[in-house]
Design a protein around this ligand. Structure first.
Ligand code: HDE
Length: 701
């Protein structure tokens, strides 16, 4: 279903390369039909295999060459196709890029999300930045916006990138730890490079633990440039805002998910698209006129700084919708090649030294990763715009150029393909002059104001999480001097922060440091005006024999009606005999799942069902753990018994009036007439994402 909904130019183009094997005979790569593929050709039944067995030799040789190098960073990822459409044409005053300004133009896209530090097989839910790379297949060529879910980066100049990545990757002697920043080399680097501090604050915050790729923001990070029809430039920062809001997991939860479902974010994206719950983001821009280049107390070319939204508002441009999963992970998600220098008319670069280095690196890395210069011909990378030039040959050349010439200028082919056609890309005519110099600009040297602004913009609970994250990470650092040096850096961000971190890691609390500079940007907190929707949230409904089938069915139906995904977990798979007569199908067996894989849990009535669940430690733990992680918990009738078994002080008012105690929603009612107010309160608690104000220290989970 999801597939038919979305036929666009890219999808149709891919038809040329799709291969379906249904009802086909097995053949060699040469198309010769194979009689038998389970045994090698041998000299006698127990004899040696023969060289002339071209089929088995080809099969094994191809297998031997199946792997390509994983991305040096962002190796672990998941991608999907979709479409982008502008809302209207207001951006036409700033850029000639048709795909951003023509509300009738729908542009196919491929979006790849990723973690950064881990290898291809690492877990999804680790503390890390997430990549947010969008390839727009525009009518004027491919445009790649290769961003992250943080608006700032760890370093200011690309020359430091190999150092930074070597520091954050597993340590060189033993390749430990995998996909984790909690180790000596990263924090040694941080302690010596204060430019990292702003991105480090984001890394220690909840932003590094997204609930879903569908629930995180994306940022272009650098200041780019839009160029209008008269060649006038405007600085621009790109923002992606998810329709489902920006939400995070908690640290204890992400560690457990890494074991329970290492593919958590990847699966979430895949399942949502297969179910037709197409993820959406709004593209927004912050625009700064060129004449205001020096109007800020930071440098627009410094990628460790953001422009506070309160200073320059984010203006909506259009909507991106993901609507189609790839057919083949390797062919598409692995082979997709992004490049910051893939720009189209109307969008140009700035002199941000990080961006300039990226413009070199991405093309270079594809040459080794994808094995040569023709990777743009790989189906997922191929533009929907026409490609004509005099570039020839190379490994894996798929195009059969029929022209008599491959140079310019020529007379033999009428000088085709000819440069200078209408809508050609013309570089922005920026005036530059200066002495060759290897030195950081003075305007890049305030390392502490924006980390402080981020810190002071956090809600209390977000700030607590940041302190706990620093304590965890630095607590894993074996070299005590490094811990001390990091605290010394934090002291310059904020004395209070440094003290709180120091207390947890055995470092003497600093006596002096920066006081609150009085700057905040409320937009930086995820708890400022959060989007609250129950759509696509996953709810576990626990049931055993004797469950109130009528009540369960009406609860599940109500959740589905509201757009949530409810799953009935039985103690085993199969049918569950209910107290009210009808059998209920268990969607999954509880022992195969874990509370950390759900957003909420509900316990229906049914004294026998609840007694059986209460005797099962896994069921009790399931509820306790969901509660501990701040998730919505609901119970009706006898269902409250399981909550009490989990040491949750669940109140139940007389009659059917529901009680909503910090997201624990209960009612004495049961059967088919669950009160609307109970269902509303449960949905509201789920939509609220987490009840952060619970006291959970004594819950054993
Ligand atoms: Fe990347 N980065 N990067 N990066 N990056 C790569 O390209 C690099 C930076 C980002 O899903 C590599 O094809 C340098 C910032 C994403 O395929 C490589 C510098 C931002 C992805 C590379 C940076 C990013 C990459 C590895 C500093 C956010 C995954 C494989 C100058 C704005 C794209 C590849 C995908 C991937 C280099 C800094 C985002 C080696 C040299 C800043 C989302 O070329």
């Amino acid at each position: 279903m999801a597939k038919d909904a979305a036929r666009d130019r890219k999808d149709e183009q891919l038809d040329r390369d799709r291969v379906a094997d249904d009802d086909q005979a097995l053949t060699t790569q040469q198309g010769v039909r194979v009689d038998h593929t389970d045994d090698s050709l041998a000299a006698g039944e127990r004899g040696p295999t023969l060289m002339e067995d071209f089929h088995v030799r080809e099969k094994i040789t191809h297998f031997d060459h199946e792997r390509i190098p994983e991305r040096v960073v962002h190796a672990r990822g998941a991608g999907a196709y979709g479409v982008f459409q502008p809302y209207d044409d207001w951006l036409r005053d700033y850029t000639t890029a048709a795909f951003l300004t023509d509300p009738d133009a729908t542009t196919p896209v491929f979006l790849r999300f990723s973690t950064v530090a881990g290898s291809r097989g690492s877990a999804d839910t680790v503390r890390d930045v997430r990549g947010f790379a969008v390839k727009f297949y525009t009518s004027e060529g491919n445009y790649d916006l290769v961003g992250n879910n943080f608006p700032v980066f760890f370093i200011q100049d690309g020359a430091k990138f190999p150092d930074f990545v070597h520091a954050v990757k597993p340590e060189p002697r033993n390749e430990i730890p995998q996909a984790a920043s909690a180790h000596d080399t990263l924090w040694d680097f941080v302690s010596l490079q204060p430019e990292t501090l702003h991105a480090i604050m984001w890394l220690m915050s909840d932003r590094a633990l997204p609930r879903s790729y569908r629930m995180m923001q994306g940022f272009g990070v650098h200041t780019f440039r839009l160029v209008d029809a008269n060649g006038r430039g405007t600085f621009v920062k790109f923002h992606w805002t998810p329709a489902l809001g920006t939400h995070s997991l908690v640290w204890d939860e992400v560690q457990k998910i890494a074991g329970a479902d290492a593919d958590f974010n990847r699966r979430d994206l895949w399942d949502a698209i297969e179910a037709g719950d197409f993820p959406e983001w709004e593209l927004g821009v912050q625009l700064v006129p060129e004449e205001d280049e020096f109007a800020f107390d930071f440098d627009l070319l410094d990628a460790t700084k953001l422009i506070p939204e309160e200073l320059v508002p984010v203006r909506p441009v259009g909507k991106l919708t993901l609507n189609r999963n790839p057919d083949n992970f390797f062919a598409e998600t692995e082979q997709v090649a992004f490049h910051t220098a893939n720009v189209v008319p109307g969008i140009d670069f700035t002199n941000d030294p990080l961006l300039q280095a990226r413009n070199f690196s991405y093309l270079d890395t594809q040459l080794i990763r994808l094995g040569g210069s023709n990777f743009a011909q790989i189906p997922v990378n191929r533009p929907v715009a026409e490609v004509h030039n005099d570039q020839r040959d190379g490994y894996g050349q798929h195009r059969v150029h029929t022209s008599a010439t491959s140079y310019n200028k020529n007379t033999i082919s009428g000088n085709d393909p000819a440069p200078g056609a209408d809508r050609s890309f013309t570089h922005y005519a920026e005036k530059v002059e200066g002495a060759k110099i290897r030195r950081r600009s003075e305007s890049f040297k305030d390392f502490y104001s924006q980390p402080a602004m981020f810190w002071h913009s956090m809600s209390e609970v977000e700030a607590e999480h940041i302190v706990a994250a620093f304590r965890f990470e630095l607590g894993k650092v074996t070299d005590k001097d490094i811990r001390t040096r990091v605290v010394d850096q934090l002291r310059q961000v904020d004395l209070e922060l440094a003290k709180r971190v120091a207390e947890g890691i055995g470092v003497a609390a600093p006596a002096e440091g920066a006081a609150d500079r009085g700057r905040t940007s409320p937009a930086l907190s995820q708890l400022t005006d959060p989007v609250a929707t129950v759509a696509t949230r996953k709810v576990a409904v626990l049931a055993a024999e004797g469950v109130d089938g009528t009540g369960l069915t009406s609860l599940v139906a109500d959740l589905h009606r509201r757009g949530a995904v409810a799953e009935v977990l039985g103690l085993t798979d199969g049918m569950i005999a209910s107290a009210t007569g009808e059998d209920v199908q268990a969607d999954r067996a509880l022992p195969t799942m874990a509370s950390v894989l759900y957003d909420a849990v509900a316990v229906p009535c049914g004294p026998d069902s609840v007694a059986a669940l209460s005797r099962d430690g896994r069921a009790v733990h399931f509820v306790a753990e969901a509660y501990k992680h701040g998730k919505a918990v609901a119970a009706f009738g006898a269902g409250l018994g399981l909550l009490r078994a989990a040491r949750i002080e669940a109140e139940c008012a007389d009659g059917v009036e529901p009680v909503d105690d910090h997201g624990v929603v209960t009612t004495a009612a049961n059967g088919g007439d669950l009160p609307e107010a109970f269902l509303d309160a449960f949905a509201g608690a789920i939509a609220g994402h987490r009840a952060w104000d619970r006291r959970t220290d004594d819950i054993p989970a």
